[in-house]
Design a protein around this ligand. Structure first.
Ligand code: GLN
Length: 282
């Protein structure tokens, strides 16, 4: 089919995306992706005949979207903390509520040049947001997945950050072995239980990496290991800050033995307890 102008292709595409909550936004973003355009290019071209090949390229992207692919994976990027991150199916798509983890770390009384480690960094969102806000901090971004780490390193490069390094580690094992200690350990660890995994919405379950979400039969397995390992990697007075799932607060509180402070819990914008901060007492 030939299109009179881009606007016609745009409207037709939005029609094909009508199952989504924002078909016109998605249609524009997919056109920009297919054409290699910025937003301004899209609006400038609305009255022109679409470039040759655009309609076919776009159709492939729309079919992907129709089959359930999340927009972030089709576009290859997602915004977090007002920064742009490249994402792919090796990493979780950063969630807005995870910005609360960053806010929480920024609210802590920290030394001038804190050492911070982000455990399970994925695309690097938490580590990079912190490195950007705290230019004097030394941030280590770690992950078990080498492919996640290389993506995170690319993201840090795109933002031109020099105060973040990348280390492959199974939770904190590498740092325990090297006897490295930090003022802050931060993490958005996998915390979904096997039963809840089955109930996740399809786009999450079908497209996002299982290892980034699923902790084990109870959902608390990784947090348990994170808490016990953290004791060995925190300086006296250091903080552990992490995200957790709905209904887990009570069980998680029990993991902290004497020597840890009373946990502080912050709720997300839907009122669910979401981020816990605990201090290793001096
Ligand atoms: N740190 C990343 C995020 O917060 C990835 C977390 C994960 O894979 N569990 O989105």
């Amino acid at each position: 089919m030939r299109y009179k102008n881009l606007d016609q292709l745009f409207r037709q595409s939005a029609g094909r995306l009508s199952f989504s909550a924002c078909p016109f936004l998605e249609a524009r973003l997919l056109i920009q992706k297919a054409a290699g355009w910025k937003e301004a290019d899209f609006f400038r071209n609305l009255d022109s005949v679409p470039p040759p090949g655009l309609a076919n390229k776009l159709s492939v992207l729309i079919k992907k979207r129709q089959s359930g692919w999340p927009m972030a994976y089709i576009l290859g990027r997602k915004e977090f903390w007002s920064l742009e991150f490249r994402v792919n199916r090796q990493v979780l798509i950063p969630r807005p509520e995870t910005e609360l983890v960053v806010e929480e770390v920024l609210s802590l009384p920290l030394p001038e040049k804190p050492r911070i480690v982000d455990v399970g960094t994925g695309c690097g969102n938490i580590a990079i947001a912190l490195a950007r806000e705290l230019p004097r901090a030394r941030v280590v971004a770690s992950d078990l997945s080498a492919r996640a780490l290389s993506l995170a390193a690319r993201n840090a490069g795109n933002i031109r950050l020099r105060n973040v390094v990348f280390v492959r580690s199974d939770l904190l094992s590498y740092f325990i072995e090297k006897r490295q200690k930090f003022e802050v350990i931060v993490s958005n660890p996998p915390y979904i239980s096997e039963a809840d995994w089955e109930k996740l919405e399809r786009p999450v379950r079908d497209f996002e990496p299982r290892t980034a979400l699923l902790a084990g039969p109870t959902g608390l397995e990784i947090i348990q290991r994170l808490v016990s390992q953290s004791w060995f990697c925190l300086k006296a007075g250091g903080f552990l800050v992490f995200e957790f799932g709905a209904g887990q607060e009570k069980e998680i509180r029990k993991l902290f033995k004497p020597g840890w402070s009373k946990p502080r819990v912050r709720s997300d914008y839907s009122g669910l307890p979401r981020v816990m901060t605990v201090q290793k007492l001096a």
